[in-house]
Design a protein around this ligand. Structure first.
Ligand code: HEM
Length: 368
C-alpha cells in the first residue's frame, strides 16, 4: 500500500503521479461568498487530505462519549493509504468579485469556450471547487471524498454538485502498461510521461505570482459512450475510427504499439492508411502545432439509462498549462472525429490546481 506526500512537493500529487486504478471525482458549489468561509474550508480540507493520504482516519471512528458522532466514518479502517492522492481545484467563480478574490485570478483562468461537440447538462457541469481522489482501492477513494464532503457541509461553505466514480485507469504513466477504455482500445499509448514534456506542457511557469507557478489547469469532461452501437460495428471500422489496431494498439501505419504513427503513409489506392478523420490523426501533436496535454482519464458506469441501455463512458481529465490547448484539440475532434457517432460530451469543468502547500500551510493560503 504505497503512500504519496501531500505537503512539501512542488506540485500537487495526482497529476504527474502514475495513475492509480480508481477515481472518485466530485465538484462543489460555494453556498457562501464570504472569503473567510472558503479559507476555513481549504484549510480544513488540506489538513484532512494530508491525514487521508497517510492512511489515517480523520479523528475518532468510535467516540468515547455515548452521545458522540464519529469524526471519521470508518469504512477505510485497515485499508492503508492505497496510493491515495487527493487533488484540489479552484473553479472560475472563485476568482471573481463575488468573493473579493478577482485580483488573484491566474492569468489564463476562465470558463471554457463552447465547443462543437457540447451536449452539456447543467447538473453535470461546472463547480466552484473540485476534488480528484485517486487510489488503488475504490473504497479508499470513496471514503476520502465522503469525509471531505462531510467537512464541506460542516463548515456551511459548500455543497456537492456532481461526481463520478471511475475505474480501470484509462491512461498510463511512466513505466505503466497501457490500460483499455470501454471501447476496448488501449488508451494512453502516446500520453506524455517524460519529465521534460510534463515541465513543458503541464506546469504553469508564466512568471506570474509565485503561488501559481507549478500549478496547472484541470479540464474534466464526462463523455458518454454508446456501447451497444459500438459493439455492432465491424472491428476494421473501429480501427479506422481510432487509427490504431484494437488488440496490439499499433498505429495502422505500423506493427507495434509504440511505433510512431505515420500520418502521410498511403496504401496502393492512394488513400491515407490512418484516415484524416481518425481520432489520433486529429489529436496528435504533429498535426496541432506541437500542442500536447497530459491525459488522466478513467472509465465509469452509471448502470443503465431509462431505456435500459448501458450508461457508461470516459471521465476524461487533462492537465495543461493553458486551457486553450484542450480547446484547440477538442474543437477539431468535436467537428471531425469519426468517433462522434458513438460519444456525447455531457459534463464539463475547468479548475485551477495550485501547487502543493508547505507543511503547516494549506491550498490557496496566499489568497487570504
Ligand atoms: C489518443 C480514446 C477523447 C485527446 C487516444 C487513443 C485512444 C483514445 C484509444 C489512442 C491511444 C493513445 O495514444 O492514448 C479516446 C476516447 C475518448 C477520447 C474513447 C472519448 C470517449 C479525447 C479527448 C481529447 C483526446 C476529448 C482531447 C480533447 C487525445 C490525444 C491523443 C489521444 C491528444 C494522442 C494522439 C497521438 O498523439 O497519437 N484517445 N479519446 N481524446 N486522445 Fe483520445
Amino acid at each position: 500500500s504505497q503512500e504519496h506526500a501531500f505537503y512539501g512537493t512542488a506540485e500537487q500529487a495526482g497529476i504527474a503521479t502514475p495513475p492509480q486504478r480508481y477515481i472518485m471525482y466530485m465538484t462543489f458549489d460555494m453556498t457562501s461568498t464570504n472569503p473567510r468561509d472558503l479559507q476555513v474550508l481549504l484549510a480544513r480540507w488540506s489538513s484532512a487530505i494530508a491525514q487521508l493520504m497517510k492512511g489515517e482516519t480523520l479523528g475518532q471512528v468510535e467516540p468515547i462519549r455515548d452521545s458522540g458522532v464519529g469524526a471519521d466514518t470508518g469504512e477505510a479502517l485497515d485499508l492503508g493509504p492505497a496510493s491515495l492522492t487527493v487533488t484540489v481545484g479552484l473553479g472560475p467563480r472563485i476568482f471573481t468579485d463575488a468573493f473579493g478574490l478577482a485580483k488573484y485570478k491566474p492569468a489564463l483562468m476562465r470558463e471554457l469556450v463552447q465547443l462543437p461537440s457540447d451536449n452539456l447538462k447543467a447538473e453535470l457541469t461546472g463547480g466552484d471547487l473540485s476534488l480528484q481522489a485517486c487510489a488503488d482501492d475504490p473504497q479508499v477513494a470513496y471514503h476520502a471524498i465522503r469525509n471531505l464532503a462531510r467537512i464541506a457541509k460542516d463548515t456551511g461553505a459548500a455543497e456537492t454538485r456532481w461526481s463520478v466514480l471511475g475505474f480501470g485507469r484509462a491512461s498510463a504513466g511512466k513505466g505503466q502498461s497501457t490500460p483499455r477504455n470501454l471501447f476496448g482500445f488501449k488508451d494512453g499509448t502516446r500520453n506524455i510521461t517524460e519529465k521534460d514534456d510534463i515541465d513543458k506542457f503541464v506546469w504553469i511557469d508564466d512568471g506570474g505570482p509565485a503561488w501559481q507557478q507549478r500549478g496547472s489547469y484541470q479540464v474534466v469532461r464526462k463523455i458518454m459512450m454508446r456501447m451497444e452501437n459500438w459493439d455492432t460495428d465491424r472491428v476494421s471500422d473501429q480501427n479506422n475510427i481510432f487509427g490504431r489496431h484494437k488488440v496490439s494498439g499499433a498505429p495502422l501505419s505500423g506493427t507495434k504499439e509504440f511505433d510512431t504513427p505515420d500520418f502521410t503513409k498511403k496504401d496502393e489506392s492512394g488513400n491515407l492508411v490512418i484516415p484524416a478523420t481518425a481520432h489520433i490523426s486529429l489529436a496528435a501533436h504533429e498535426n496541432n502545432n506541437g500542442i500536447r496535454i497530459l491525459r488522466r482519464s478513467y472509465n465509469f458506469t452509471d448502470g443503465l439509462n431509462n431505456e435500459g441501455m448501458l450508461s457508461a463512458g470516459l471521465l476524461f481529465i487533462s492537465y495543461q498549462k493553458d486551457p486553450a490547448h484542450f480547446e484547440t484539440l477538442q474543437a477539431k475532434l468535436g467537428a471531425s472525429d469519426a468517433m462522434n457517432e458513438y460519444i456525447s460530451h455531457v459534463g464539463s469543468g475547468i479548475f485551477f490546481v495550485p501547487p502543493a502547500p508547505k507543511e503547516g500551510s494549506y491550498i490557496g493560503a496566499e489568497m487570504f
